[in-house]
Design a protein around this ligand. Structure first.
Ligand SMILES: Nc1ncnc2c1ncn2[C@@H]1O[C@H](COP(=O)(O)OP(=O)(O)OP(=O)(O)O)[C@@H](O)[C@H]1O
Length: 460
């Protein structure tokens, strides 16, 4: 293997035996000859995966649940043997795979640091020299001298991460461990990963977050059903991944087939000198994005977290999202206008009535909304038996992702204004990926960036 290559995965496949009945496993153990193959079927977790990662690259692996990401990482780390194919790795590997791997639960944190450090090839003196730094990073206080079986998952990951990134690895392999810690710790880890990367280490990590992959990686890999479906510039791979993830069911196999054909044509797909690949990948493919340009309705996309508060004489029904032409949608494009509407039925007299909507992120961050009027302009009286359709036309300025809509009817009960009805997460919608997007964060403020040259001495 060339000295420039850090990881080579060559035609790797992995199958697991699947037993229809628990006792079939035993039967298989005691069978001989032809009969040996009768007791199980094979599940192909990875099929003929090949790629190379150059030293110093940061590569993100994306893929749906069960697509083979963890299996691939375990094979690269040597904790799982491939059924076929080969893996070559050059350098000291520090891996954070599943929570629990690598630590002995009976040992204290301190003992596990020594155990792990030794496994990573450090001498006792080298580990001792790093101990303070490791404990400072983990920040778990007195718990360092407690058995790790008493740790919370957050404390566990803090210590595991602190060891993995403080032993100066040549290759750091992380399987979603970052999603466990709290946000402050995650940020600290990202900063540290950046440092490790700048020191020239190779980093391979699994992430479902397009933002993280775009932010950190030179290249990205997409696995789907155990197959390598994309490798190349992060923007390109993220766009393909999201397109596959959000595609209507009848388009999925066609998209997969096309990705197979285009696998080696993706910019950045070949191993090139790391510095020749832009940090955020190569040019985006607008034509790709145009394919799913139109908003559509995905029946599988439903709010699973709808929460209705006790009604006080009014009811919200049939929340929906439509294009301006009146077509029902829940997968939309950033930049286009849509109408969120719901029906409000009044069983009792309503006074001081106004209607509202609110858009939130998956984590519940309130991104924006509106009410139909201020308190002073509220509708004085709504007669019992009245039904109205409330429409909120808005321009979708949101980043690709999933969002939730709340709906509410406010009115007076006695002297107080309160909710006559309120449905949290009444509706969910998704904003399609946009590979050409330059805006960052949730909302596109149509920022107009400009870079101009200045002469030395022109002032800041
Ligand atoms: N020991 C095993 N025996 C049988 N099947 C297995 C075994 N390990 C993994 N699999 C199967 O192989 C497939 C790939 O699993 P893997 O954990 O690699 O996926 P993943 O992409 O990491 O998924 P996730 O995002 O959910 O972690 C899954 O369908 C899984 O059920």
């Amino acid at each position: 293997m060339s000295s420039e290559i850090s990881i080579r995965v060559d035609d790797v496949s992995k199958s697991f035996p699947i037993y229809a009945q628990p006792h079939h496993r035993l039967m298989q153990m005691f069978s001989v000859g032809e009969a040996k193959n009768r007791w199980f079927s094979e599940f192909h977790a990875l099929s003929k995966v090949s790629f190379e990662i150059r030293k110093g690259e940061t590569v993100g692996i994306m893929g749906r649940n069960g697509s083979g990401k963890s299996t691939l990482l375990q094979i690269i780390c040597g904790t799982l043997a491939p059924s076929a194919g080969q893996v070559q790795v050059s350098g000291r590997v520090a891996a954070l795979l599943e929570l629990g791997a690598g630590f002995n639960p009976e040992f204290t944190g301190r003992e596990n640091v020594f155990l792990n450090g030794t496994l990573l090839g450090l001498t006792r003196e080298q580990i001792e020299a790093k101990l303070d730094e490791i404990f400072a990073f983990a920040d778990i206080g007195q718990f360092v001298d407690q058995p790790v079986k008493s740790y919370s998952s957050g404390m566990y990951i803090r210590l595991a991460f602190a060891v993995a990134i403080n032993v100066s690895p040549d290759i750091l392999i992380v399987d979603e461990a970052l999603s466990v810690g709290d946000e402050a710790f995650q940020r600290k880890c990202f900063a540290r990963i950046e440092r490790i990367r700048n020191e020239g280490a190779t980093i391979l990590f699994v992430s479902h977050s397009a933002g993280t992959v775009l932010e950190l990686c030179n290249r990205a890999i997409m696995l789907d059903g155990g197959e390598l479906l994309a490798i190349g510039a992060p923007k390109e791979v993220v766009s393909r991944y999201q397109k596959l993830l959000y595609a209507p069911a009848d388009m999925v196999s066609g998209i997969r087939e096309r990705y197979r054909k285009e696998l080696h044509a993706i910019p950045g797909g070949k191993v090139e000198p790391a510095q020749s690949i832009g940090r955020n990948g190569a040019a985006s493919s607008i034509a790709e994005a145009a394919e799913l340009a139109d908003a559509y309705y995905d029946p599988g996309l439903q709010s699973q977290s709808q929460l209705r508060f006790a009604s006080q004489g009014a009811t919200i029904e049939a929340p929906c999202l439509e294009t301006l032409a009146g077509e029902r949608v829940n997968v939309v494009r950033s930049g286009a206008e849509y109408v969120f509407s719901y029906c409000a039925s009044f069983a009792q007299l309503g006074t001081g009535v106004r209607f509202g909507m609110l858009i939130k992120s998956v984590s519940g961050l309130e991104l924006g909304g509106a009410v139909t009027s201020g308190t002073l302009d509220a509708i004085d009286v709504v007669e019992p038996g009245t039904s109205v359709r409330v429409r909120f036309r808005f321009r979708c300025l949101l980043a690709p992702g999933t969002y939730f809509l709340n709906a509410g009817i406010r009115g007076r009960v006695g002297e107080e204004e309160t909710f006559l009805d309120r449905v949290v997460d009444a509706f969910t919608f998704r904003v399609l990926p946009d590979p050409g997007r330059l805006a960052t964060g949730f909302i596109d403020f149509h920022v107009q960036p400009q870079v101009e040259s200045v002469q030395p001495g022109d002032g800041a």
